[in-house]
Design a protein around this ligand. Structure first.
Ligand code: GUN
Ligand code: ZN
Length: 451
C-alpha cells in the first residue's frame, strides 16, 4: 500500500485522536519484546497511547470507519538518537581517514564558526525533518557556540514537533569563536547557557530540554567543566560531553590534566558524573573507569558508525552492559556519516562481531530485537524519560514510526528478497538493508512530523 492510497490514509493521521490497524513490534518496559502481527493502536486526544492490543476478533464497530488500516506495515517506537551535532550535517561523509583532532581542526571548527542565527534558521528545520525521515523522534544534539543560533534551533524544533534536547557548545580553549577575549569566555558562556536554560528547558510540557554542553576536556579548562556541571545540577538540565573517543585525544587530556587519575577522573573531579550526564563514545576505558561510570549511574551514548569513520576504536558494549551502565545509540553526524539509527544498529552489530570474534569475548551478543531496544527504550532510559516514551505501551506518549519492511534496500535488481513474518528477521532487514524510503512516517505525541 503506497502512493495515492497510502497518502490518503496518512492524511487522517496528522493530529490525534486516531486509531490504526497495523503490525506492532515493541520492546517492553518490563523486558522482552511484544509482537502483534495484527494490532489495534489507539491514540487519544492528548497524544497518548490509549490502547495497544491484538486486533479484537469480534469488532464490527471498529472495522468500519474511524480506523486507518495500515497493514502490512509495522508500527515501532520512535528511535532515539543520543548524539549528533546539528551544525555539522553539511559535512557528513567528508574527511574520512583523519584522526579526531585533525578532523575537528580541518573540517568541523571552520564549519561551526559559520553557524550563526541565519545559518541555524536555514539548517535546523532541515535537520529536524531529516531526523524524522530517518525514524528518529527524540534527539540529543550539540549546537555551536553562538547563543542566538541556539534560540533559532530551539524555535525550529518547537515548530517542527520533534522531541529535542540541545545545548550550546562551551569551549574556553582550543576554541573557534574569537569574538570574546579568553578571559571573558567562561563567564559569557555560563551566562548564555543559563539564559538558554531559562528560555527552553522544559518547554512544551518537557518536549524541549536543555543539555549543558562543554565540548570535551581538550577544549575546556577545569573551571569550565566544574562551573558547567554546577549549572546543570542547579537547574536540572542535562550535562553532556565526549569521553575517551580516540587515543590522541586521551594523551592530550593526560597532558592537560596531569593530576587526574584518567580521563573519566577529569569529569568526576569537576562534579560531572551522574544519572543526568550523557557521555558520548567511551571507546577506551579502564576497568576503574567503567566501574566509576556504573557507580555514578552516568549514561553512555554509543556511536559505532562514527567510531568506524574516524578509526577511533571498538567500544566494548557487552562489557558496559554487564557492568550495569545504561547505554543507547548515537549517530554522531558528522563523524557518523548518516542519521539513521537503524544504520547505527548495523554498525554496532559489526563492531560487536569484531570484538567477539577477534578478542574472543564470550559475553552475550545483542540480537536484532536487542538492537531495537537499544535504539528506542534504552535511549529513552539514558534520558530518564522511559516512563513517557521508548516503547509502545498504553499510557505512554504516542511517539512512534511507521515502517514498510517491503521497501528495504533490495539485495539485487529484482524482487529477490524473501518476505518474513518473524519479528527478529523484520528488524534484521531494517538494520542491514536500511533505506530512507522504508520509513513511512514519524509521530510525536500523536502529531505527524514533517519529513
Ligand atoms: N570531540 C569533541 N568534539 C567532537 C565532535 O564534534 N565530534 C566528535 N566525533 N568528537 C568530538
Ligand atoms: Zn560528538
Amino acid at each position: 500500500m503506497r502512493s495515492v492510497q497510502e497518502k490518503a490514509a496518512l492524511q487522517g493521521l496528522l493530529r490525534p485522536p486516531f486509531t490504526v490497524r497495523a503490525q506492532v513490534i515493541t520492546p517492553l518496559s518490563a523486558g522482552g519484546t511484544r509482537h502483534l502481527p495484527d494490532a489495534l493502536v489507539e491514540i487519544d486526544r492528548a497524544g497518548k497511547l490509549a490502547r495497544v492490543e491484538a486486533w479484537p476478533a469480534d469488532s464490527p464497530g471498529l472495522a468500519e470507519g474511524g480506523v486507518v488500516d495500515l497493514r502490512p506495515m509495522v508500527v515501532l517506537p520512535g528511535l532515539v538518537d543520543l548524539h549528533a551535532h546539528l551544525p555539522q550535517l553539511p559535512n557528513a561523509g567528508l574527511g574520512a581517514g583523519l584522526d579526531l583532532l585533525t578532523w575537528l581542526q580541518r573540517y568541523i571548527f571552520p564549519l561551526e564558526r559559520g553557524f550563526n542565527a541565519d545559518a541555524a534558521r536555514r539548517l535546523a528545520p532541515l535537520v529536524f525533518r531529516s531526523l524524522a525521515a530517518a525514524g528518529t523522534t527524540t534527539a540529543l544534539l550539540y549546537g555551536a557556540v553562538f547563543e542566538d543560533s541556539l534560540d533559532a534551533s530551539f524555535a525550529a524544533a518547537e515548530e517542527h514537533g520533534i522531541r529535542l534536547v540541545l545545548g550550546k557548545v562551551m569551549m574556553d580553549r582550543l576554541r573557534y569563536d574569537d569574538s570574546i577575549g579568553d578571559k571573558e569566555v567562561l563567564d559569557a558562556s555560563l551566562a548564555q547557557s543559563q539564559r538558554l536554560i531559562e528560555r527552553w528547558h522544559g518547554r512544551d510540557g518537557g518536549r524541549l530540554r536543555y543539555a549543558v554542553t562543554p565540548r570535551f576536556a581538550v577544549s575546556c579548562t577545569f573551571e569550565m567543566l566544574r562551573e558547567s556541571a554546577a549549572l546543570a545540577a542547579a537547574t536540572g538540565a542535562y550535562w553532556q560531553t565526549h569521553l575517551a573517543e580516540d587515543r590522541h585525544e586521551i594523551e592530550e587530556v593526560a597532558r592537560l590534566f596531569p593530576d587526574a587519575i584518567d580521563y573519566t577522573d577529569v569529569y568526576d573531579k569537576a562534579g560531572g558524573l551522574g544519572p543526568r550526564t550523557i557521555l558520548a563514545h567511551c571507546v577506551h576505558l579502564s576497568d576503574r573507569e567503567v566501574a566509576r561510570l556504573a557507580e555514578t549511574q552516568t549514561r553512555v551514548a554509543h556511536c559505532p558508525a562514527s567510531n568506524f569513520f574516524l578509526s577511533s576504536g571498538a567500544m566494548p558494549l557487552a562489557r558496559y552492559l554487564e557492568a550495569g551502565i545504561v547505554v543507547g545509540l548515537g549517530s554522531d553526524v558528522a563523524a557518523g556519516p548518516e542519521l539513521s539509527i537503524f544504520a547505527g544498529m548495523r554498525a554496532g552489530a559489526y563492531i560487536q562481531s569484531g570484538v567477539h570474534t577477534m578478542l574472543r569475548d564470550e559475553r552475550p551478543r545483542l540480537k536484532p530485537l536487542d538492537w531495537l531496544r537499544l535504539g528506542s527504550y534504552e535511549g529513552a532510559r539514558v534520558l530518564g524519560i522511559e516512563q513517557e516514551v521508548g516503547s509502545l505501551e498504553a499510557g505512554k506518549e504516542a511517539d512512534f514510526i511507521l515502517v514498510d519492511p517491503s521497501v528495504t534496500a533490495p539485495v539485487g535488481r529484482g524482487a529477490l528478497d524473501q518476505a518474513t513474518d518473524d519479528p527478529s528477521d523484520i528488524i534484521s532487514r531494517l538494520m542491514y538493508r536500511t533505506r530512507d524510503e522504508m520509513i513511512r512516517g514519524a509521530w510525536v505525541r500523536g502529531r505527524r512530523l514533517a519529513t
